[in-house]
Write a new protein. Structure first.
Length: 377
């Protein structure tokens, strides 16, 4: 073992000792883990995988992703479906297509769907989602888990949807740095950093399993920023996390800053290190292996699973719509029918020493174990 690798191993062991003792590592210590590459990264991922096996087991849970529509009231500078992008072909799936996707998921052992769409704060949209949730519950005898990712809403809307059957909600903060957040969004009330955090608090108050996440490799972002993101996720006591590399889109304002970005391979490496560090920091949460990882290398999701992720989200949106939900450039599309890809997915996950948990909901163990109010939002 080289001297450099030995030093990294000592730093990692010191960080693990702090965590085992119930302490919280410094941002500097976490940033040191995020700098891992080569054999050091392999060492970090092995440590995270051991913790994952000890605390949440070998299961990898399925969430069938339904991209319900790409209309959005927000104008985020990084997103391909932002309000001002006149080049995107807008769509909204009919209710029956959403229900058909839910039935498909239930019939094929997914046990969960994740319904995602651009943000719409209208009362008509709130009522539509409520009706869909009731219809999904009826069609699946209330057995299909439903995650929503529909942006910022009124607390009363979150409560309506919770009462109608949604149990999980994913709302990414994107970055815990208020300065970076301001650089990613227009400066107005609709894109408020504090408003985003308030929405996360409201979700917890409504009884959801609360998910959040961040982007890795934003223009101007540092490893210390990302370490602070990890510490924020821990302080916020989230139940599930989806994080992945920032991927630029040519029809967004941030495209002009693409020359400042880390190479895509570097963004992938740091994102995998983030997954591993997060598993060490929050051993019982659910962590998704996101599609953005797969956009860089075909086995990107598998690399995240090897680093401690335990949720995977195959896209079950009708084939003709997937390319319209273009959040970033070169988004991967399903190569085969979703039912045909599950055996292949199960084999790839088994090769990592894990098990595709077909037919199991996989609720967050962290949520089940919580015995105190939410952390610092």
């Amino acid at each position: 073992m080289s001297c450099r690798l030995m030093r990294f191993a000592m730093r990692m062991d010191g960080t693990l000792d702090i965590l085992r003792g119930g302490g919280v590592p410094t941002a500097g210590a976490l940033a040191g883990l995020l700098a891992a590459e080569g054999q050091a990264l392999e060492m970090l991922c092995r440590a995270a995988q051991r913790v994952r096996m000890e605390r949440v087991g070998a299961n990898v849970y399925l969430r069938g992703l339904v991209e319900m529509g790409n209309g959005c009231r927000k104008d985020c500078f990084y997103c391909g479906i932002r309000r001002s992008n006149a080049a995107v072909h807008r769509y909204s799936l009919p209710d029956e297509e959403v229900l058909a996707a839910a039935r498909f998921a239930f019939r094929n052992g997914y046990a969960n769907v994740a319904i995602q769409a651009g943000e719409d704060g209208s009362s008509a949209f709130a009522a539509r989602i409520e009706r869909l949730l009731c219809a999904i519950a009826e069609a699946t005898r209330g057995e299909l888990g439903v995650t929503l990712s529909l942006g910022e809403q009124r607390q009363s809307t979150y409560q309506r949807w919770r009462d109608a059957g949604a149990s999980r909600y994913l709302l990414r903060l994107e970055t815990s740095s208020s300065a970076l957040y301001a650089a990613l969004h227009p400066s107005d009330a609709e894109h408020s950093f504090e408003g985003r955090r308030a929405s996360l608090r409201a979700l917890r108050d409504c009884g959801y399993h609360v998910g959040s996440g961040v982007m890795v490799g934003l223009p101007g972002q540092t490893l210390l920023d990302l370490a602070d993101d990890l510490l924020w996720l821990r302080a916020a006591d989230v139940d599930m996390v989806g994080l992945g590399p920032y991927l630029e889109h040519p029809q967004t304002p941030l495209w002009v800053r693409r020359g400042e970005l880390w190479p895509r391979a570097e963004r992938l490496r740091v994102a995998v290190a983030m997954v591993a560090a997060l598993r060490l920091l929050m051993p019982t949460i659910n962590i998704a292996a996101t599609t953005a990882l797969q956009a860089i290398v075909p086995d990107g999701r598998e690399r995240a699973i090897a680093a401690g992720a335990n949720v995977i989200m195959p896209n079950i949106t009708p084939r003709g719509r997937q390319d319209d939900y273009s959040l970033y450039e070169r988004k991967p599309l399903a190569a085969d029918a979703a039912e045909d890809s599950l055996p292949s997915l199960a084999a790839r996950i088994a090769a990592l020493g894990c098990r595709l948990a077909v037919g199991e909901r996989g609720d967050s163990l962290h949520f089940a174990l919580r015995d105190s109010p939410a952390g610092v939002w």
